[in-house]
Design a binder for this molecule. Structure first.
Ligand SMILES: [Zn+2]
Ligand SMILES: [Zn+2]
Ligand SMILES: [Zn+2]
Length: 751
């Protein structure tokens, strides 16, 4: 009897990889080991968490099951390695000091306040009642305060706040929720708020609330930087913010107190609710309804970007007011978001009437993330706070480390190391000096933080991009990657596709291998190469960049060969300008040729009189989508052969214009226009499947941010048995191409 019992004692070594440090993993392991009466040790090492356990076979199995299935809320387990071990007869289970070496582990993103902390924040007997920096191992700032790894208080901006006795006790107690919570703090020892504005006798939060109620603009220091906040129901306040910030057109995001308030203004699905409530706390794009916000928040659109409070200071503030607030990045024009007190006081002085500062430094500035739910999955639009720097697991160990520098608009960069692709947070358009400086600085930071030493650089084919120029300045081997191939590869990487697929990339602008501007491309591709097998017919873009803003120029380019048909439209223009545009087209002066979906949308928008000029790229397309009256009708289209399949856009525009002249409702026309794109895309997908015997379709490119287009096209393709993939974890817009570049470069290096 005794003998059998001895035989059942086993020992296992367990290595856990992923975001497992700084998220309460060791106390979690300690507690389950206690529960199953297991002996052994747990510690952090350079690759994650290392565990040795001894005990009965069944107990060890239960232990492993629980580790896998029920990890701490902020942990992300990428892999678990289990090995047999000699029994060492441990006497108990212990948390052992970390073994520090030159390795790296992924750092957790910043997370919104957890339920437990929220309870304490509202509990008047708690010592952290209304403490604006409350946090624990399950929540709070991470990436935004970290200077280096391993993640330890001394390497964060919390290092200047020595813990008081009570905090230190919690920090050192494995049974406490704040065990090794690096930003742990309280009123006695931690950071504090400071209000700068008109004299106000109340506490800082109440002073901010008072200013907002009076229609003032307040700059509020949050987790990743400053926001400019204003009452979202106050027309005048919102328009003042637009004027002072010189931000016209682009919609503002709004912070709402809770789900109940969101439901007053937006239609909310269960999935969208989950995204709103997730600890990542992104801005979620929701369909508007009923409750009216101020003019100027998100005019002309049927969607609204909404987020819930995520920093303790937001919760405290939202308790004091009964209206939603606009929360826009605290920056001037397109520069990076302000993060330091002095910087904000200086740069935002002409915009904000008051400031809510604090003395905890932000090390890494990071914008709010923007996401949405569509066609069965989360579709991220801007990947930043709450998401980065969590890497994308690309499974196959990459042999060499690559720095992919990204594109131009909505830039991100990407570093690969082993099975990880560290795609950076949203940097922004690289069209101003400040953004370019920030971009270079962040590349260096990521390299250091994740111990990546790139051996190869991947870049876009467009030579005048700042990112390309930067790539060329390195004395390292370089790999050029075509823009749309990178889009498709970004999506393939997410789903671990490593085979030939039908890639359909719809966007605004990307440099083609023939020197023209591409943007509606059918590719037969794998991760290494592509063949372009179809596209929208090339059309002239008179004035190039100018036409992207003045979209009637684009429209004229698209209809130029058949201009007499569009008499009423053409007659609207000043004859002098028309003459110049015609000459530009005829003589090809500053008139590139484009096969772009974005420009096709612009042409339709202009012909329909929705608007003649846009304030930002994609504005016209967003408004056209917002007009849609759903139907199954579509326009006739024509596809002909010329080095692959070519779709004629003008024939479609002609029918659209005829409808418009007949007085058909714009919403109906908008629906038919979208449906036509779905139809010709589907038609070509069928042809390509037949020709190449490929059943997997990958959709990417910024035009697929169009929810209607993505939903209808995915449905149509899936109904015909296609396996359809589109970006979810990384943006389908240019914020995703750095990942695609990195994956393609890695594949090419395999030879
Ligand atoms: Zn917490
Ligand atoms: Zn304290
Ligand atoms: Zn693109």
């Amino acid at each position: 009897m005794v003998r059998r019992k001895v035989l059942q004692i086993q020992a296992k070594q367990i290595n856990i990889f992923g975001i497992v440090q700084g998220v309460g993993f060791r106390p979690f392991v300690f507690n389950i080991a206690q529960k199953y009466n297991l002996k052994g040790i747990v510690y952090n090492n350079s690759s994650g968490v290392y565990i040795e356990v001894e005990g009965e076979k069944g107990s060890i199995e239960n232990f492993i099951k629980e580790v896998k299935e029920n990890p701490p809320s902020l942990a992300v387990i990428d892999e678990i390695e289990i090995k047999e071990l000699e029994v060492k007869n441990y006497k108990n289970f212990k948390i052992v000091e970390s073994k520090e070496d030159e390795g790296f582990v992924p750092v957790s993103p910043d997370m919104g306040v957890c339920e437990d902390c929220l309870r304490e924040l509202k509990e008047s007997n708690d010592r952290r009642y209304r403490y604006p920096f409350i946090n624990c191992t399950n929540c709070g700032p991470r990436f935004s305060i970290i200077e280096d790894i391993p993640y330890d208080r001394a390497k964060t901006s919390m290092k200047v706040f020595p813990m008081c006795e009570k905090c230190e006790r919690e920090y050192n107690d494995p049974h406490d929720r704040r065990f090794h919570a690096q930003p742990v703090a309280c009123f006695d020892c931690g950071p504090s708020l400071q209000f700068v504005g008109e004299i106000c006798e109340e506490d800082e939060i109440k002073c901010v609330a008072k200013a907002l109620k009076e229609g003032k603009i307040v700059a509020i220091k949050g987790i990743g930087g400053f926001h400019l906040a204003v009452n979202a129901l106050d027309d005048k306040a919102v328009s003042t913010l637009r004027n002072r910030k010189k931000r016209y057109g682009k919609p503002f995001a709004v912070m709402m107190k809770d789900i109940e308030q969101v439901e007053k203004y937006c239609i909310l699905s269960e999935e969208e609710k989950k995204l709103l409530l997730s600890q990542r706390r992104p801005i979620v794009l929701l369909k508007k309804k009923g409750g009216k916000l101020a003019k100027g928040v998100a005019d002309g659109l049927d969607t609204l970007g909404v987020m819930l409070p995520y920093a303790p200071v937001h919760y405290l503030l939202m308790e004091e007011i009964d209206f939603p607030i606009v929360m826009t990045s605290g920056n001037v024009s397109e520069e990076p978001i302000c993060k330091d007190n002095e910087e904000a006081l200086e740069k935002l002085k002409d915009i904000a009437d008051a400031f809510l500062l604090n003395n905890r430094d932000i090390v890494n500035r990071i914008d709010d993330s923007v996401t949405s739910f569509n066609s069965g999955a989360e579709r991220i639009i801007r990947r930043a706070r709450g998401y980065t720097p969590q890497p994308i697991l690309v499974k196959k160990d990459t042999r060499v480390s690559v720095l992919a520098v990204g594109g131009f608009y909505k830039n991100t960069f990407c570093l690969t190391k082993g099975p990880y692709a560290f795609i950076s947070h949203h940097i922004g358009d690289l069209d101003n000096e400040k953004a370019c400086e920030y971009y270079k600085e962040q590349i260096e930071r990521y390299k250091r933080l994740f111990r990546v030493n790139p051996e190869v650089i991947a870049h876009d084919m467009h030579n005048s991009y700042f990112s390309t120029q930067y790539a060329l300045s390195f004395d390292l081997p370089k790999i050029k990657v075509q823009h749309h191939h990178a889009h498709i590869a970004s999506s393939m990487a997410e789903y671990n596709l490593d085979e030939k697929v039908i890639g359909i990339a719809y966007d605004g602008t990307g440099y083609g291998t023939d020197g023209n501007i591409w943007g509606a491309e059918f590719l037969i591709c794998d991760l290494k190469d592509f063949v372009r097998v179809g596209h929208l017919e090339y059309k002239p873009l008179p004035g190039s960049e100018l036409a992207i803003r003045k979209i009637y120029r684009t429209a004229l380019g698209f209809i130029f060969d058949n201009i007499n048909f569009y008499k009423d439209f053409v007659e609207k223009f000043n004859s002098k300008e028309l003459e110049i545009i015609s000459k530009q087209i005829e003589r090809k002066i500053n008139t590139p040729y484009v096969s772009s979906m974005g420009r096709f949308f612009d042409a339709a928008v202009s012909l329909l009189g929705v608007r003649e000029e846009v304030l930002f790229e994609g504005q016209g397309a967003m408004e056209l989508e917002s007009l849609i009256v759903e139907s199954d009708e579509y326009y006739d289209f024509e596809v002909y052969q010329k080095d692959g399949y070519v779709i004629d856009p003008e024939i479609i525009l002609r029918q659209l214009y005829e409808d418009y002249k007949k007085g058909v409702e714009k919403g109906i026309i908008a629906g038919k226009f979208h449906n036509t794109i779905v139809e010709f895309t589907y038609y070509l997908a069928l042809k390509l499947r037949k020709e190449f015997g490929i059943n997997k379709v990958v959709l990417s490119g910024g035009s697929f941010q169009n929810r209607y287009l993505l939903r209808r096209l995915m449905q149509k393709l899936a109904a015909s048995g296609f396996e359809v993939y589109s970006n979810s974890k990384v943006p389908c817009n240019d914020g995703g191409i750095s990942l695609g570049q990195a994956i393609i470069a890695n594949k090419k290096l395999e030879g």
